[in-house]
Design a protein around this ligand. Sequence first.
Ligand code: G3I
Ligand code: 9MR
Length: 551
Amino acid sequence: EAEPTPPSIRYNQVAYHTGREKLINITAEGDFAPIAFSVFDDVGGEVLAGTTGTNQVWTESGEYVTTIDISAIDTEGNYTLVANGDTIDLTITESGYEALSDAAFKYYYFNRASTEITAAYGGAYARNSGLPDDVVIVHPSAASPTRPAGTIISAPKGWFDAGDYNKYIVNSGISTYTLLAAFEHFTSYFQGRNFDIPESTNQLPDLLDEVKWNLDWMLAMQDPEDGGVYHKLTGLNFAGIIMPEDYTADRYVVQKTTAAALNLAAVTAVAARIYADYETQLPGYSAQLLAASVNAYNWALANPTIYYQQPADVFTGEYGDNNVTDEFQWAAVELFITTGDQTYGNAINISAIGNGVPFWGYTAPLALISIAAHESDLAGAIDVNAANAKLLETVDQLKTKVNGSPMRVAMGSGDFSWGSNGQASNQLMLLLMGYQMTGDESLLSAAFTASDYLLGRNATGYCFVSGFGDTPMLNPHHRISEADAVAAPVPGMVAGGPHSGQQDGCTGYASNAPARSYVDTWCSYSTNEVTINWNAPLLYAFTALHIFQNN
Ligand code: G3I
Ligand code: 9MR
């Protein structure tokens, strides 16, 4: 008979914070007796001792779980926890998330298309330029009278979507929005932040330089003739394990869709109002963004049900979305905030805007976030209170989940789909949004407690952010990290995360249970890829936690 696996200690491998709850879990597949534990400071003095209490079963992991609360230790320092024959290192600090926030940002620079990454800014991850995307073929699915199939257009720059080298407008929408929302909510922080990118010496905040890299590409994805927006810029197939400089396959723009037009309309409307404050640095850019937004929105109104359909000769990511009610509302909200034009105000229907956690295919919560952030400008024009109540309903549900969960995390039933760590990051963003709206400290508390999940206090034992933690994710499905000469992956990237689909058919999964169905291998594109849309809420959340801890 096989020995049951010994209980494992699951903890935040990056940092616990002074003044905040500090939780550690012990988990095992089988039930286990109470376990004695001690915590020692860095000179070997015992500062806390105890015995674990009752175990609970966490349905999502199928494991027995108990929680150790060491919040009573509230002095900065390095500690060790000894329990069940294991010793783990713990860090307690006033401010432990700054480096992670910076790295989450820098990921976007590392994932830039059409440029070299220099040693000055990329260190060991310097690489040659690739995928210039200045010769892009209009695919038959995207043909129009003025741009028939085979027409050559130019659409350089942008960020690679993920571990692949393609660029998708729908996923760029939520990603770029989330970075811009971080800028709108924490403007002075980002105005003062130097992220060490090539543009750091210019007069624009680095975040806006980085986002402009992607906005410039998004603008080039619009057909100037009719305002329609191509759904993606892609090779016909996914590339092999190669560096950008070795990519030689033809590139295409594929099909104009309603979802693409609305994602571009929403994001360029947000960008237009933000870059308007930098007219001196970027003359005319804000106006260009707004014109693109209006043209895309009008195209969508005239073509409201053009859904993505993968052509027979194209095999890359789809980001297909057959329900664009949420995108219509989101675009109208952003255009109304930016212009005050009642044409857009009349299109807003708060009762049609859903709440919940956003993802690339569901952007309604992004509209609620923007309304909350601009409530004083909107009061009287739309029912701001109803919108805020919806957002706060979701926030309250998340807090209840954290407090009721056997592992004291926000992740639970229904949260473990492809990209579950994007879900976990967006949950944090919403809790932190709720805190900004209400000043309710219990929401900030819940966000700190739930933030442990991504950093190791989860059912896999991995710190899911590359370059951080004692057991970091090491083998992401990220072509640059896999093909380059550096052993360690590009830092600051969050893995897709566990979910039971296992669509990649890889071996080595720890379990079929949703919260444990994860494998840290290149092979596992369904659990171990990285993307711009999962890193964006990671960046938002850990930056916000850092800022609030230092207020
Ligand atoms: O929306 C349903 C939900 O209602 C249901 O409960 C759940 C059950 O599994 O499934 C949900 O749909 C999933 C959807 O993602 C949204 O989470 C699908 O099963 C799942 O297959 C789908 O996965 C997408 C994946 O591409 C495959 O199409 C991911 O969201 C998406 O992030 C991922 O995107 C890829 C790009 O195509 C290419 N570039 C890399 C990128 C990341 O892997
Ligand atoms: O490598 C691809 C990854 O970047 C995509 O997100 C993923 C989405 O389905 O697909 C991966 O490509 C796989 C393909 O879909 C099936 N054959 C194996 C490929 C990975 O090696």
